[in-house]
Design a protein around this ligand. Sequence first.
Ligand SMILES: Nc1ncnc2c1ncn2[C@@H]1O[C@H](COP(=O)(O)OP(=O)(O)OP(=O)(O)O)[C@@H](O)[C@H]1O
Length: 278
Amino acid sequence: MTLLFTIGFLDIDWLDVVDVLLVTILLYQLYKVLTGSVALKIFVGFLSIYLLYLVVKALGMELLTIILGQFMGVGVLAAIILFQQEIRRFLLMIGKTTAFDNDKFFKGFPWRKNDNGNRLNLTPFIEAAKSLAGKNTGALIVFALSSELKMYAESGDLIDAVISKRLLLSIFNKNSPLHDGAVIIADGRIKAARCILPVTDSKDVPASMGLRHRAAIGLTEVTDSVVLVVSEETGQISLVRNGQVFRNLAAADLRSRLNHFLFDIEPKVHTEKSVSAA
Ligand SMILES: Nc1ncnc2c1ncn2[C@@H]1O[C@H](COP(=O)(O)OP(=O)(O)OP(=O)(O)O)[C@@H](O)[C@H]1O
């Protein structure tokens, strides 16, 4: 490899520069994923022990090297168990930035369409959300994109029904046995209700947002789905994607955002505030 320059006894070539650059990008992405969660502190702890291990190894302190080396070995396993959620989020983020997971790649995939191959009709969702918001009835509707969210659908009651405003209103009616939890929409159908979603542990979520919003944020942190939330307390309608909450949407904004998030149709008007919880 061509030598670029020398710092003391260190010979630096192009490969070293690329190596350092890649590690910097990787660490920055990791920091972005971990920031705001307790996992960041654990990660910094591990990193400090690893740096200490490198120093004592370089100094030739054998006993400490063996002890820290053993700790690092077990530490990797412990980190995988402790950081399960963060590792998933990190891999998902890498996947999202590759051309393979490009939105356009999935544009033609069947779960964005109904049985007849038509684009999902958004009107029942918008009408239902308006009606639920007017009565301060909480709701959580998940739109599956590149994944059918089978695992989450199976945590609730499978329905597999044709989408209609009336059915959505019946599900979220406070007296309905199905109203608790989330409804999952995939393949242009109501796949399941009463589904349990992963709750985010982000500290950036405003205190005004309850568990319903936290569940919506949590799911969008680990999948590329889009979640519609109607707050029981305020009656506000929000959309959540990539851990980001688009709050207080009027019907027109809701439609334009959904068109954008689900079908890549550029929005015309945006008046809502957004809160980043990722
Ligand atoms: N992990 C979860 N997965 C799916 N649904 C959930 C989850 N956690 C809470 N929910 C839904 O949220 C409902 C109530 O949550 P909570 O009382 O915190 O909401 P809230 O105070 O009305 O807040 P928000 O303003 O977010 O609606 C639950 O009855 C349930 O339907």
